[in-house]
Design a protein around this ligand. Structure first.
Ligand code: PGA
Length: 252
């Protein structure tokens, strides 16, 4: 049985105090949702210690939205994987489309970040997904395959066993447009097939999350699909009530 995961990517939203309040509300109402659902919150770096404080004693896990390619040293403005691990992070989102698009992240930088994450016992939530142009040209399978081959195929079997994939069609992120449940299933199954070519049966254990305008109203339909193991949630993760309600979308 694969893990069921609902991860909140807060992006550059909330002030630290507001983030602490949001985390507090998630923890306070978490018991409304099956304990079989693994909740993760990924606030901005500046909020991590305050949010960690709120999560203490709960089963809601902490993640960061990125980490540096290097271990430490003269890299002004960067935050290392070791730093976020010490603050209590268990997960780190890597390769989000906004990082690829606005900050020039490539497979080369992501390979280094993945190595940093594993060296610090963090589980990467590695994002893949095509943009609208690529989808319309029916290149989405090729784009996603390349994003997997260039980074995930470099992992050892042990590292692969400690990985979450998030499929996020760029055209659905923050746009209110969602992939249909069938579109999500089609590409999730494809991702699993590509992973199986390299990692065999272990691909059956890898959680693959859907991201892109996932909300309480559509989560159940998407999560009902065989190869969808949860969601990476942006906008709807900023309200504890909506974030938790998404977790109620698991019927299986
Ligand atoms: P969204 O963002 O839910 O606001 O579309 C998802 C994501 O980018 O992680």
């Amino acid at each position: 049985m694969r893990k069921k995961i609902v991860a909140g990517n807060w992006k550059m939203n909330t002030l630290p105090s507001e983030g602490a309040e949001l985390a507090k509300n998630v923890v306070a109402n978490r018991q409304e949702v099956c304990s079989c659902v693994n909740f993760i919150v990924c606030p901005p770096f500046t909020h991590l210690s305050m949010v960690a404080e709120q999560l203490k004693g709960s089963d809601v896990a902490l993640g960061a939205q990125d980490c540096a390619t290097e271990t430490k040293g003269a890299y002004t403005g960067e935050i290392s994987a070791q730093m976020i691990a010490e603050l209590g992070c268990k997960y780190v989102i890597l390769g989000h489309s906004e990082r690829r698009q606005y900050y020039g992240e490539t497979s080369e930088t992501l390979n280094k970040k993945m190595a940093q994450a594993y060296a610090n016992n963090l589980t990467p939530i590695y994002c893949v997904g095509e943009n609208l142009e690529e989808r319309e040209a029916e290149k989405h399978f090729d784009v996603v395959k390349a994003q997997l081959e260039e980074v995930i195929f470099n992992l050892t079997e042990e590292q692969f066993a400690n990985l979450v994939i998030a499929y996020e069609p760029v055209w659905a992120i923050g746009t209110g447009k969602t992939a249909t449940a069938d579109q999500a299933q089609e590409i999730h199954a494809y991702i699993r097939k590509v992973l199986a070519e390299k990692f065999g049966a272990a691909a059956q254990e890898c959680p693959i999350l859907y991201g892109g305008s996932c909300k309480p109203a559509n989560a159940a339909e998407i999560f009902a699909k065989e190869d969808v193991d949860g969601g990476l949630i942006g906008g709807a993760a900023l309200k504890a009530e909506d974030f938790l309600a998404i977790g109620k979308g698991f019927a299986k």
